[in-house]
Design a protein around this ligand. Structure first.
Ligand code: HSE
Length: 418
């Protein structure tokens, strides 16, 4: 696409995000971008835009030679992939917000970008208004990026905030997140961590060159977190967040997962409330940097789409530098994590799997223990999320070999064994 050329857009989807894009574009004439057609599933539905704009036939957009950009913001990931691949093959640039589709079809999308030379941008698909993808892609060199810790799902963060700070019930908080347009149409995707791990899948590609299927990354959501966990968290001066993490280990491999975690009250992530997202990046020389902004909602998501459109005007493409220009990092499950596990009955907890135990509490209702476990145990088994069991990582959860002996000794001392 020539620089400064008029962008003629075909938009797929007119839900919370699609309508947001339409409105935001109307308010940004300086961008020289206009929507020619919008493809929707149900043409009968009343919408707040001229009826002629809409069609139910995708070819009206995909085969129109005037349309040089496709914006795709639909829910169905198979249909989204079909649209994106046809658009790229037809020589159109694509801006997508479909995190599930991007996570599930990443290898195919990489191949399509290579084959067609067309640009596929998706800044809005992770952390909405925070420019995290372009920053990871452009700013951080492969070797300098030490760790990333992020809140990447607005709905779960909103629910946790409303439950623990405003004492709303889980269902009430979820309903509110749905009404405000933050939640997925199937809210299980938010609550059980699927949306967060989908986003983490491609953020790992831009950060470390890792290509992994979302189901191979250990994750959980907030569905098992109980008020008893919140009470323990308060007692220990922590907050509970759903945190996506990646940390480069001393052997150069990367530990990565999405799990609930206790965060220190004076830390960056504790500051992130409601539908906001936050990303803390640690790099070798800059120490910590913190990115913060709205992670869900119509206009925050549309703002990132707008920025992608603007980038298309100077022919911006992701180079996937960490994948193609460096030696990509590998994921590993060979490390330990410090965990808190709360449960209804000891029979659900294989205590022998813990390498060390620092604390345990055997109340009549909810019981818990705090200790260390090999990460592979979480990868290979599900007891830690079955039977109403709730696993929450401790702050600084990842433990490498050298520290383990020290932690084991401390735990034996605590038990009065040595
Ligand atoms: N359901 C998503 C969230 C929307 O709550 O973060 C933004 O991707």
């Amino acid at each position: 696409m020539e620089a400064h050329k008029q962008l003629t857009i075909g938009l797929f989807g007119f839900g919370v995000v699609g309508e947001g894009v339409y409105k935001v574009l109307q308010q940004t004439p300086s961008l020289k971008a206009s929507i020619k057609k919008v493809c929707i599933k149900n043409p009968e539905k009343k919408r707040d835009a001229s009826q002629e704009l809409f069609t139910a036939d995708k070819n009206d957009l995909l085969s129109d030679p005037d349309i040089n950009v496709i914006i795709e913001v639909i829910n169905d990931s198979e249909a989204a992939f079909e649209i994106v691949s046809t658009a790229l093959s037809n020589g159109k640039s694509v801006v997508s917000a479909s995190k599930k589709m991007i996570a599930e079809y990443l290898p195919e999308l990489l191949e399509l970008q290579k084959q067609t030379g067309e640009s596929l941008l998706y800044e809005s698909a992770a952390c909405a208004s925070i420019p995290v993808i372009r920053n990871l892609e452009e700013y951080y060199d492969n070797d300098l990026l030490y760790s990333i810790r992020a809140i990447v799902n607005g709905s779960t963060n909103f629910i946790l905030t409303k439950m623990f700070e405003e004492k709303l019930e889980f269902q009430e908080a979820l309903l509110l997140a749905q009404q405000l347009g933050f939640a997925e149409s199937d809210p299980k995707l938010d609550v059980e961590g699927f949306d967060a791990v989908n986003k983490w899948t491609f953020l790992l590609t831009h950060a470390y060159g890792i290509i992994e299927r979302p189901e191979n990354i250990v994750f959980n959501g907030i569905q098992n977190i109980q008020s008893a966990d919140a009470a323990v968290s308060k007692e220990k001066n922590f907050d509970i967040k759903l945190v996506a993490q990646a940390k480069k280990l001393q052997n150069g491999k990367v530990a990565a997962f999405v799990l609930p975690q206790f965060v220190k009250l004076d830390g960056h992530l504790a500051f992130v409330k409601n539908e906001y997202n936050g990303v803390v990046i640690e790099s070798s020389f800059a120490d910590k940097q913190f990115f913060y902004g709205k992670g869900a909602g119509s206009f925050p998501t549309a703002s990132a789409i707008l920025s992608d459109l603007s980038a298309l005007r100077y022919q911006y493409k992701y180079e996937y530098k960490k994948l193609y220009h460096h030696t990509p990092h590998q994921l590993t499950n060979d490390f330990h994590v410090k965990v808190y596990v709360s449960f209804d009955d000891w029979k659900y907890i294989p205590r022998e799997k813990f390498e060390w135990i620092d604390e345990w509490h055997a109340g009549s209702a909810r019981k818990y223990l705090v200790g260390g476990i090999h990460f592979n145990e979480l990868k290979q088994n599900t007891w830690w999320k079955d039977n109403n069991t709730s696993l929450i990582l401790l702050p600084e959860a990842v433990v490498e070999d050298m520290e383990i002996r020290k932690l084991k000794k401390k735990s034996l001392e605590l038990a009065g064994i040595v």
